[in-house]
Design a protein around this ligand. Structure first.
Ligand SMILES: Cc1cc2nc3c(=O)[nH]c(=O)nc-3n(C[C@H](O)[C@H](O)[C@H](O)COP(=O)(O)OP(=O)(O)OC[C@H]3O[C@@H](n4cnc5c(N)ncnc54)[C@H](O)[C@@H]3O)c2cc1C
Length: 393
């Protein structure tokens, strides 16, 4: 490892690897640091990713991590009514995150970035308010690495941004608590996602069953920590005990936090950029962040390399990333956050009512921040839902 680089990226999740790859492709000398011994493991993910997302990211599906094709979804309301949508073509994948994250790191390395696992960043170097590098701990040693640009891609628990002076703390009501078992189970349809809603099942969230093959699935839950009566594990165990998956073998347990707030306002400072979960760049309605982190990383890496080329890593220059990202993804994510605010006002009766009047395709569109005007109109039909509808206007 050298003493100085153009760009140092902290965290080799999808956001960090994508940033490192993009910065290296645009000519920067890049170091990508990951604190874990194995990139991607243990996973903290339901591992759902759409075909559209991969295409938009320009990443070719690879059989090593694209483990199961998905053709639609079954969405179950609290009262049991099921909305099923099956598309004429494959629309998604359940991936193997351990392999996917490694694959993205490999692409970064192939583009010229230096990738180092088991290197934890424990502080940042600063001159005044400008970030000038990082402090690294690895194998019992501590050393400093200088950088023209540091990228905080260190996930939901990001510390790098805070060390840099950017308040990236999540509000309690904007974090979901998630728990998941990878299970051997008997599946009805191994090419369909299953989603279960209800305030007693998963307050402000949902239970998911994402099949990874004929008889294996990620069975997980996300709940609003501040609106629940117990832990995510307790809710999930209760749901499984009453489901057809009762008694399935557990081959992996995953737990984690999902940021479901609005994207952070401040994404850059002098010499510092924030990407992915660290920047709260997540779909607040379904909690998906792999696409968002990878997409943002591509822009961040290019702008970081441009900043290095022009000798200007000021907040002003790096804001090009924030502006471009906001116009391409930020506005959509802000809309989706408003949808989350509306949905959390709905009782089980309201959810059952929506299951009666909505088409399954509507629900999929809403989750992507589309057709929200239609949802607002439907909510307006019920006087007690006018407040929820207003969130969407
Ligand atoms: C239970 C659960 C289920 C989910 N399901 C889905 C899903 O199905 N689909 C989807 O799209 N999204 C899902 N998500 C969200 C998704 O996992 C995240 O949004 C995504 O991983 C964000 O990528 P990232 O690169 O920003 O952060 P991360 O993937 O969290 O990567 C951050 C990396 O930084 C490293 N790091 C942290 N601190 C340091 C440090 N100081 N020094 C060096 N390295 C450091 C970490 O070890 C980690 O590898 C789920 C999340 C959870 C918790």
């Amino acid at each position: 490892m050298q003493e100085s680089y153009d760009v140092v990226v902290v965290g080799a999740g999808p956001g960090g690897s994508s940033t490192a790859r993009s910065a290296a492709e645009h000519g920067a000398e890049v170091l990508l640091l990951e604190k874990r011994s194995e990139i991607g493991a243990p996973k903290r993910c339901g591992e759902g990713l759409s075909v559209r997302a991969l295409a938009e990211l320009g990443i070719e599906a690879h059989p090593r991590w694209c483990v199961n094709g998905i053709w639609g979804a079954k969405i179950v309301a609290p009262g049991g009514k099921s909305l099923e949508v099956r598309y004429p073509e494959q629309v998604g994948w359940v991936i193997e995150r351990k392999m996917f994250d490694k694959h993205l790191a490999l692409l970064a390395a192939r583009a010229g970035a230096e990738v180092r696992a088991r290197c934890e960043v424990v502080g940042v170097l600063k001159q005044g308010s400008r970030v000038t590098g990082v402090v690294v701990e690895s194998g019992g040693e501590r050393f400093e690495v200088e950088a023209k640009v540091v990228v905080a891609a260190d996930g939901v628990e990001s510390k790098v941004a805070r060390w840099a002076g950017i308040n990236s703390l999540h509000r309690l009501e904007d974090v979901d608590s998630a728990y998941q078992y990878e299970m051997v189970v008997e599946l009805e349809d191994s090419d369909m996602l299953e989603l279960y809603f209800g305030n007693s099942i998963a307050p402000r969230g949902y239970v998911w069953v994402f099949p990874k093959g004929e008889d294996v699935a990620n069975v997980g839950i996300g709940i609003g920590g501040n609106v629940s009566q117990g832990t995510a594990k307790a809710y999930l165990d209760r749901w499984i005990a009453n489901s057809r998956y009762r008694g399935g073998s557990v081959i992996e347990v995953n737990a984690g936090a999902v940021p479901v707030g609005a994207p952070l306002e401040k994404l850059v400072g002098d010499g510092i950029m924030l990407v992915g979960d660290a920047a709260h760049q997540v779909n607040a309605i379904h909690g998906g962040g792999v696409f968002e982190a990878t997409f943002a990383g591509r822009i961040a890496g290019r702008v970081a390399a441009e900043a290095v080329r022009q000798g200007d890593a000021s907040e002003r220059f790096l804001s090009r990333y924030a502006e471009e990202w906001r116009s391409l993804r930020g506005e959509a994510l802000a809309r989706i956050y408003r949808l989350r605010r509306a949905v959390e006002k709905l009782s089980d009766d309201d959810l059952n009512y929506l299951a009666e009047v909505l088409e399954p395709e509507d629900v999929v569109a809403f989750a992507n921040g589309e057709r929200l005007g239609k949802l607002a109109k439907i909510l307006m039909r019920k006087p007690h839902l006018i407040l929820a509808a207003k969130e969407l206007m």
